[in-house]
Design a protein around this ligand. Structure first.
Ligand SMILES: [Zn+2]
Length: 151
């Protein structure tokens, strides 16, 4: 499905044309999604227990996924979704500016960069056995600049 939960979408056709909102749920089999503030329906809920009150619940009804386009965070335009493969992972990209639309991917790539930064000093376990080999230590420091802060 081109649309995922938490995407911002713009309704481009149909009864709710022009409305924009966050995707609350997707139903790939039915080809439908629920969008925040779009197709809000009132559900009458009757009290079933003594401490409950009857009330009207507003809930977004499903709309057809083909009626919406994903709004790109980077360029702010409603766009068709393209696909690209980055690091062996298939990601969704904006057809207009090429930005990656998958928030999970953007987050993950940031987390991965952090991980690589912190992982480098782990190699220090080798240092214990290499006490006398100062020359060797010098070369390992060269390859892992982050390890220079340890004595
Ligand atoms: Zn874009």
């Amino acid at each position: 499905m081109k649309v995922k939960v938490n995407d911002t979408v713009l309704v481009i056709t149909g009864k709710y044309k022009g409305k924009q909102g966050k995707v609350l749920a997707t139903f790939p089999k039915a080809g439908e999604i629920r969008v925040e503030g779009v197709n809000v329906q009132s559900k009458h809920e009757k009290a079933r227990r003594a401490n409950q009150t009857s009330r009207i619940v507003k809930e977004e009804g499903p709309i057809d996924v083909s009626n919406v386009e994903v709004v790109c965070e980077k360029c702010g335009k409603a766009t068709r979704v393209g696909h690209a493969v980055i690091d062996g992972k298939k990601v969704r990209v904006c057809k207009k500016c090429g930005a990656v639309l998958d928030k999970a991917y953007v987050k993950k790539s940031k987390a991965k960069a952090e991980e690589e930064k912190t992982e480098a000093p782990k190699k220090r376990t080798r240092k214990r056995s290499a006490k006398k080999a100062d020359a060797e230590a010098a070369t390992t420091v060269e390859s892992t600049p982050a390890a220079t802060d340890e004595e």
